[in-house]
Design a binder for this molecule. Structure first.
Ligand code: AGP
Length: 621
């Protein structure tokens, strides 16, 4: 998730682009760049790694870049580390080094999204004499537009339409063509883009906050549509190149809530971004109906793995706890799950046939980084599952699988957690396939079932009001227990942490069968016991543990899959979620628990996004 902006009008573009990018920095902040054109002179590209302020300093607040037409970008790296070469804008010519400076080539552009078939397109362009200076998917798609533009001697819109037909993935693209000074061409599929016209000038942005200062009337360009933008004018085109009408929409949000896309908090916004985060992560892992980890680890290496050790902290450790059940059950490979803060001081026994998997959203968590270094120093094979490209853990691990959750602002992780789960399920499926633990039918069935998760999360989010109603009833709760068995217990761990993190309610996750060995002494009138019941063969067992709590005065909330309607007979409140394969139930069951914690925190008037005593990335021991 990057932020893109564009402007063409009477005013100097660069200061306007910088100010708009500032409003989009929550979308990505590892590098930034602009391309600005002064009349029909060549466009000038300036890039800078790190925070946006580095670009502002480099261009003296934009004043060093003359011209009234320009495009800008703030990056969240997905393809290629956050370097000068990989920063946007990118150009269509065979530029040297990072393509900064005057743009000789036909097309210069910025992009937000993920081009899934970029490798195949790059091979096609290499065969047609193109060279590449960056590792980005964006440079590929800009060169593809240039390829069609030159090969068929067609206009920008036709070249863009040919690109859209040929490209798989998501994109919001802004392009400037050398032959069309003062004009910006855009194309969109799945990634957000809005266009605003005010006082004879035109603005483009990934999101409302960037242009709210200039206009509240915006155009939402549709999927697989393109547009030609001139000062104070915009023309929309469909995939056949026919001009189409789009009616403007009036924005009613204030600037602050606009950054949250109209949501009250980043956490609830990110909860609603989970379907896309899972979709993007699956998109990067699945090729032609199969999980493709060939860029990360070879089948031979996977086949030789005799055991897996998962090391992480907090919610990432909870992903590990779920993965343990799934990998052992699916692939028959023994799994240990270790707290990084403990693992780093343990006497590690070198085991060439073991794989150490380190999970981290930030990629900077001190304990997990130290555990990685410890494992490497013992010659252990390491694989990291990370959300931040170029982060320390990503750079130091032998192999990396990236989650595609985009920047996560709220301290309490939600969409990154869900994307991590998907990566671990993909690893489990690949281990099971190469070890012959799954038939190819079973394998394909599970891979397609995994691809139903985004839509099922959307269905759960449609039902969020029930959870909101229940949370309002319980805003005075002091103690809670989340209980479950097997994979459900691992789900409880994350549900309970979410509750503690943002609502400050004392909450414990407990293996349901353990309760009667002591902890049930804490159960009394008014205690809320949340039972997770998604594993068919364990439902009766967990229900009887819940009934034992009921007998001691507890109030029971159950979370189970559609169809298990008998459960509500012994529960005070039941939440149903769509069915999926038992291994993947955790991807769905966590969503109502995130919502429960969120609505309880809101009902207590707490700072949901920045809870007390916590940091988004714990870089100290
Ligand atoms: C989760 O909501 C918390 N932010 C925290 O437990 C977090 O999961 C933990 O600090 C690990 O962070 P990481 O995934 O960035 O390594």
């Amino acid at each position: 998730m990057c932020g893109i902006v564009g402007f063409t009008g009477e005013h100097e573009a660069a200061p306007i682009l910088l100010e708009s990018l500032e409003k989009l920095e929550y979308r990505g902040y590892d590098s930034a760049g602009m391309a600005v054109r002064n009349g029909d002179k060549l466009a000038e590209v300036v890039k800078a790694t790190g925070k946006l302020r580095n670009l502002a300093e480099k261009t003296d607040g934009g004043h060093a870049l003359a011209g009234c037409c320009g495009i800008g970008h703030t990056r969240w790296a997905t393809h290629g580390e956050p370097t000068q070469e990989n920063a946007h804008p990118h150009v269509s010519g065979n530029a040297k080094k990072s393509a900064s400076g005057p743009v000789e080539s036909n097309v210069v552009g910025v992009h937000n999204g993920i081009i899934e078939n970029y490798e195949e397109l790059r091979d096609k362009l290499l065969k047609n004499g193109y060279q590449f200076y960056s590792q980005t998917d964006t440079e590929v798609v800009i060169k593809l537009v240039d390829y069609y533009y030159k090969k068929y001697k067609i206009g920008p819109i036709d070249a863009i339409n040919r690109m859209m037909v040929r490209t798989h993935g998501s994109y919001a693209l802004e392009l400037m063509f050398k032959d069309y000074p003062g004009e910006i061409y855009v194309a969109r599929k799945d990634s957000p883009m809005i266009i605003g016209i005010a006082d004879g000038e035109s603005y483009i942005a990934s999101d409302v906050p960037a242009i709210l200062k200039y206009t509240r009337s915006v155009y939402y360009i549709g999927n697989l549509q393109a547009a030609r933008i001139l000062p104070g004018e915009v023309h929309f085109f469909d995939l056949n190149g026919d001009e189409i009408e789009i009616a403007p929409t009036e924005i009613t949000w204030d600037a602050k809530s606009a950054e949250k896309g109209g949501f009250e908090h980043f956490m609830i916004k990110e909860i609603h971004e989970q379907p896309q985060a899972v979709r993007d992560t699956l998109g990067s892992l699945i090729k032609e109906g199969r999980i493709d980890l060939s860029e990360v680890i070879s089948e031979e290496e996977l086949e030789k793995i005799k055991s897996v050790t998962i090391v992480a902290c907090g919610s990432s450790w909870h992903v590990g706890m779920q993965a343990q059940y799934v990998i052992e059950d699916m692939a028959g490979v023994p799994v240990r799950v270790e707290l990084a803060s403990e693992y780093r001081y343990r006497k590690l026994l070198p085991d060439p046939e073991s794989l150490v998997v380190l999970i981290s959203q930030s990629g900077e968590t001190a304990d997990t980084l130290a555990a990685l270094r410890e494992a490497k120093s013992k010659g252990l094979k390491t694989l990291a599952v990370v959300n931040v490209l170029g982060s320390s853990i990503a750079r130091e691990a032998d192999r990396v699988i990236y989650t595609k959750a985009g920047p996560e602002i709220a301290v309490a992780t939600t969409k990154a957690y869900s994307a991590q789960l998907i990566c671990m399920h993909a690893l489990a499926l690949e281990l099971a396939r190469v070890k012959g633990a799954l038939s190819s039918e079973e394998y394909s069935k599970l891979v397609s079932e995994l691809q139903t998760i985004p839509e099922k999360i959307e269905r759960i989010l449609e039902e969020k009001n029930r959870v909101q109603w229940f949370a309002a009833k319980y805003s005075n709760a002091h103690d809670m227990f989340f209980i479950g068995r097997g994979l459900d217990y691992a789900i409880c761990l994350e549900g309970s942490l979410k509750m503690k993190e943002i609502s400050y309610i004392h909450s414990e996750a407990y293996a349901a069968g353990e309760l009667k060995h002591g902890t049930i002494s804490l159960v009394e009138n008014g205690i809320l016991v949340v039972g997770i019941l998604t594993q068919k063969e364990l439902i009766e067992k967990t229900l009887s543990n819940m009934t034992e709590c009921k007998a001691r005065g507890a109030y029971l909330m159950s979370l189970t899959a559609d169809g298990n309607y008998s459960i509500e007979d012994s529960s005070d409140f039941t939440v149903y979620i769509p069915k999926t394969d038992p291994h993947f139930m955790g991807c769905l069951a966590i969503v109502p628990l995130q919502l429960l914690a969120y609505y309880l925190s809101v009902s207590k008037g707490l700072d949901v996004d920045k809870p007390r005593n916590l940091a988004k990335s714990v870089t100290v021991e």
